[in-house]
Design a protein around this ligand. Structure first.
Ligand SMILES: NC(=O)C1=CN([C@@H]2O[C@H](COP(=O)(O)OP(=O)(O)OC[C@H]3O[C@@H](n4cnc5c(N)ncnc54)[C@H](OP(=O)(O)O)[C@@H]3O)[C@@H](O)[C@H]2O)C=CC1
Ligand SMILES: Nc1nc(=O)c2c([nH]1)NC[C@@H]1CN(c3ccc(C(=O)N[C@@H](CCC(=O)O)C(=O)O)cc3)C=[N+]21
Length: 290
């Protein structure tokens, strides 16, 4: 029997911590500010950007939504970033991923002031994560996964952790966080070239799926009593739904829940944590920049 790890509830608790910190910053004369830049019209991105801006409003964080047309040039986008870098009202800058194909995302990330890079994607923050330097920003999704493990009381020290996926946004930083001193898991990172993925996963005490393939992880990949964190957010066609699709994770939830000791649902698992950790990072930036 497994315990559902309620990401919505943990995210709400993180947001309450944020509310207190916003008040404390304001008492010190600092109003934290987040800029969210969206290039193009990807409908999923519009949903996420909307909920980030809404959450800022709820907490009293100043937010600026910058929506740019698909045909925006690299040069124009870099100018927007440079202006935000120089703007003292803005402590955090997020450029929603993925941008249109003609944009060089890596160049845009490098153009961010690393002190305002609340996604934690700039090379300076990647290095700080590897160095375990707490002045850097930890990418929001893996930071949210770590918080979920903590709240669920999961023992990480000496645990076998398997991360499926090696992206710079989720898989790789997740692996670094799990192997960090004080967390002390033994980490295996699997990806599309891994042999015997099912066998690798069966060794996991903690299994993190960040792939982007609906319900890829099956019950017979999960060790009895393992903790399963499902990062995947996949839209699958579903004519019975008003929107015409439903959200599903990378894990076949029902069957895996039978074997896991704890598991995150989709929606309501890692997704809400990503937004909550973004707020936390924005407040960290406001505190550091003053
Ligand atoms: N909940 C949240 O807040 C967030 C959710 N997501 C979701 O998480 C998922 C992963 O996102 P992201 O990391 O950005 O995705 P990427 O596409 O950047 O990375 C996917 C990773 O999965 C690996 N992979 C692909 N197919 C297989 C396979 N058949 N077997 C094993 N590994 C495979 C890839 O391997 P290789 O490197 O070899 O190509 C790659 O490392 C998506 O569903 C995304 O929507 C993402 C960000 C935030
Ligand atoms: N620069 C950048 N930073 C990001 O952090 C970033 C990004 N680009 N690009 C896309 C991914 C994805 N992502 C999610 C955020 C919230 C939910 C979320 O709130 N999900 C809800 C459901 C939302 C819905 O109904 O669609 C849930 O899982 O319960 C999901 C996914 C952030 N990302």
């Amino acid at each position: 029997m497994s315990k559902v790890i309620d990401g919505k509830a943990v995210a709400a608790a993180v947001l309450e911590e944020c509310r207190t910190e916003v008040e404390s910053l304001k008492a010190d004369g600092i109003t934290p500010g987040l800029a969210v830049v969206l290039v193009g019209e990807d409908p999923a991105s519009q949903v996420y950007v909307g909920s980030k801006v809404r959450t800022c409003g709820d907490l009293g964080i100043y937010s600026r939504k910058i929506e740019l047309p698909t045909e925006t040039t690299q040069e124009e986008l870099l100018k927007v970033v440079a202006d935000l870098n120089a703007d003292p009202a803005i402590h955090g800058i997020l450029v929603q991923s993925p941008p249109p194909k003609h944009i060089d995302e890596e160049a845009v990330v490098r153009a961010l002031d690393p002190r305002k890079d609340v996604d934690g994607f700039h090379p300076e923050n990647v290095a700080k994560l590897a160095l375990e330097d707490p002045t850097g920003f930890v990418p929001c999704t893996p930071a949210g996964c770590m918080r979920l493990l903590k709240e669920a009381g999961v023992e990480t020290s000496g645990a076998n952790a398997v991360v499926i996926g090696r992206s710079m946004i989720v898989g790789k930083p997740m692996a670094l966080l799990l192997m960090a001193r004080g967390v002390d898991a033994t980490v295996t990172v699997a990806h599309s070239r891994s042999k015997d993925l099912a066998g690798i996963c069966r060794e996991a005490d903690i299994l993190v799926a960040a792939v982007g393939r609906p319900e890829m992880v099956k019950a017979d990949w999960v060790k009895e009593g393992a903790v399963v964190i499902d990062v995947g957010i996949n839209r699958v066609d579903d004519a019975s739904k008003k929107r015409g699709y439903r959200l599903t994770g990378d894990v076949a939830y029902e069957e895996c829940a039978e074997k896991a000791s704890a598991i995150t649902p989709v929606p309501g698992g890692v997704g809400p944590m990503t937004i909550a950790m973004l707020m936390k990072n924005t407040l960290q930036s406001a505190r550091q920049l003053g």
